[in-house]
Design a protein around this ligand. Sequence first.
Ligand SMILES: Nc1nc2c(ncn2[C@@H]2O[C@H](COP(=O)(O)O[C@H]3[C@@H](O)[C@H](n4cnc5c(=O)[nH]c(N)nc54)O[C@@H]3COP(=O)(O)O)[C@@H](O)[C@H]2O)c(=O)[nH]1
Length: 958
Amino acid sequence: MARRFTPVSLAAAVTLAAGLCVTGALFLAVAALEYGKLTESFQQRASLRVAAIRRGLDDAVEALTVANQLFRTMPDVTQQQFGDFAKPLLQRHPFIMSLSHQHWMTHEERLAFEARMAPGHPGFTVTDLRAGRVVPAPVRERYLVTEMFAPLPAHHGSLGLDVWPLSATPPTAERMLHTGKPAATPLVSVLQPARRDSFVLLVPLYRPGMPADTPQQRRAAWIGDTAALVRAPHLVHTILQDGGLLDDPNLLLRVYAGDDADLVYTTGAEADADDRRWFEAPPWLAFHHPQHVAKRFDLLGQSWQVRVDALPRPFLADHAGSLIALVGGLLFSLLAAALVHTLEQRSRRVQWLVDERTADLQRSNARLNDDVAARKRTERALQESEHRFRRLLALSSDWYWEQDANFCFTHITDGFFEKAHVQRKDYIGRTRWQIRPDFLESKTGREHHALLQARLPFAGLEHEITGEDGLTRWFQSTGEPVYDAQGDFRGYRGTGSDITERKLTEQRIRHIAHHDALTGLPNRILLQDRLAQAIAYANRGGRRMWVLLIDLDRFKFVNDTLGHKAGDQLLRTIAGRLRASVRETDTVARLSGDEFVAILSEHADEALAPDVIDRIMAALAQPMTLEGKEFCVTCSIGVAAYAADGTPAEHLIEHADIAMYAAKKLGRNRWQFYHGAMNEETRERLRIEGALRNALERGEFVLHYQPQVDLASGHIVGMEALLRWRHPELGVVPPQRFIGLAEETGLIVPIGAWVLRTACAQARAWNTMREADGLAPLRVAVNLSARQFAQPDLVASIAAVLDGTGLPAACLDLELTESLFVDDVAQAVDLLHALKALGVALSIDDFGTGYSSFSYLRTFPIDVLKIDRSFVADIASDADEAAIVVSIIALARNLKLRVIAEGVESTAQLDFLRAHGCDEMQGYHFSRPVPAEEFERMIRSGHACAPEQEPEPLPLSA
Ligand SMILES: Nc1nc2c(ncn2[C@@H]2O[C@H](COP(=O)(O)O[C@H]3[C@@H](O)[C@H](n4cnc5c(=O)[nH]c(N)nc54)O[C@@H]3COP(=O)(O)O)[C@@H](O)[C@H]2O)c(=O)[nH]1
């Protein structure tokens, strides 16, 4: 939790605010007291000064009144008397500049006065003041003339001055007479013309004995007055000075007089105290408290005003108490707030620490609770998992096992013992290799042991166990190492499952993959394996072993004659007899078709092999019943002896095969050991095969044509196209040596196509030629091999050749052997019909040597039967052969087929055939197969070439 403190706590702020409030209140209270005291003091001092001024003015009037008494009490006062009387008055009241006596006189009295003054003042005359200059007064009805004046020497020129013309005099006199009291003039200028700061006080004088109670009486009785010239500033200053009231620097005293309120006196330099006001604020709050006292009063008919203002003072002078209270209060408030803040902060820090600790404790507690809850969940999950695991184990076919650090089983679930039919006590506390001592002898066991030593997991460990019920079962284990919390190895744990079913299935699959489905014998794959084992065994013991390649003689005939089912039965019977003819340790395998291989090993006695072989041949030669008929099957056997004839292991079967061919060549139903010379033939065969692959594109093939002659007319009616291979090194290779090879390799398909195209083109050319000569067209017979017959585009390709060469379909005769039909009769029928639909003729070649089922002759759209030359050869000498030929001719007649005999070499044969109604013949008697040019010459001349014209085919080894 973040530790946060506010800059100023609330309590401190409240304390500060309270302190400031109290301080403010205290400050205001003290300031109010100070203000009250100041106000009172000011009022006192101001009033004192105003009263002093009023009293001084009254004193001035009193002094004048005293002077006026002199004239009332003495009938004839002289100037000397007046001077003497005035002198102490003037000394006592220095603000009175002069005292004078003025007489209200008529002109006669002026004259009398002038006369009276003349002795002491020659040329004395009553005067006026005009423009500040004293001039003789003109004659007037009345004069108010200054008769006496004090102090005399200083104001001697004032005697005789008529003051009545002065503007202030008449109204003042009138007021005086009206009120019957002394009167004062407005302010006048005396010393300085521009400054009106003086006034004159007048006290009336009445004629003695006359009443003066009313204004009329007083005007009637008025004879003059006593006047005092007073200088107002002087007057006021004297009054204040005498009263000791000039030493207060904080007061501004100003005195105004007259209707115009002329300032006649001021104590300060400031002209206006109001200018000192610093700011507009409550007077008690301001540093300066602007106070004034103004008193207006009347002095002998003139208005006077005295104004006293308090001058500004330093704040401290009057507010030290409030200021101390303010500063003290502020300091106290701040200190109190700081103290409260400090206490608050400390309290908060303590609270924060407490909260922190509390939160830590709560978090720890929560974590603890979480941990406990998580642990409980984990335990529950574990229990559930354990339960599920046990349920799964119970439900599944698998089991669980554990081993300790020494790989001894410590725990195996029940499933294992139920499956394996073994006892728990035989497993718990023991290792795998203690249970099965031979475990570590196997490669699998050693690899497993190495994995355990390396503490590595393992998977798919397969092992077999023979249970107490005597059955052997297969199991599979998967495991991983177990470590404790400290990382120490504790053993292994894992699961196991019964894989017996899978193993059996695999065995079955392997068996199928390695065995021939028809006979159950090992197939070519397993044969190789067994052969390797036998070779290894022979190598280990320095023993001999023999490989027999067994080929059935004339199996094709049986198969073609009786069909596949019979053929299969025959092969199964042969397989059983072979198996029974050898020892258990020997191997008998089916290589292909009617070829079998036997491996005879572990025969210590070398001489034993021929016995075994003879036994095999004898067993196979036993009659067997197929399709209700009894058959005898012979075989030809080739034998390769390992470590005897120098055959390398990988060529054993090949050499046995060569030897088997050799046996066949020797006349079948015999066996032959392989020897080195046989290998040469095989190599030659391979050489031819290699050359055959290039022969077509190198143009090494040519066609020879053998005429087919109509026996009735003796004319050539057709020819059979026969393939010849002119090899640059081997010379002319006979078809017997390469047609079979071309069949095996599939090369017969392109070669056959070339033959068909060439033969058709040639026939078309000859027929064109013959047509020009008015001769009948010739038919060309072309042999079709089994591979060609199986080509899906056979019909289309023949049609294309006919179309391409322009040969009419009726001129093409396709020669087929019976073996082509036996595999799939229905398909063969369809195909023959399709070919027939093209318009070509179909011949059965070598008729009588194969299946020779007369029934198919009805089904198949056959046109010609060609009697095999093996029957023709002996017709003249062998009654049986002759009977067969006669039967074939009769059959053809019945089926309305053309019949042609091949291999006719003699006139006797020719005669026999002609005598029995054979349609056509082909044979050396008429012509051997010849090149095209020769054949062309033959058909042009109508003569056949001599039988010796065609050289005999060269032997392969040539
Ligand atoms: N699929 C193909 N097979 C072909 C082709 N060319 C030939 N062959 C087949 O090769 C076999 C051997 O043929 P060949 O050596 O040409 O022998 C033929 C004749 O020379 C021979 N013959 C003819 N008259 C006589 C005779 O009076 N005596 C005697 N000993 N032999 C004679 O017979 C062979 C013709 O036989 P066939 O075809 O059955 O009519 C052979 O089987 C050819 O079929 C080919 O292009 N394609």
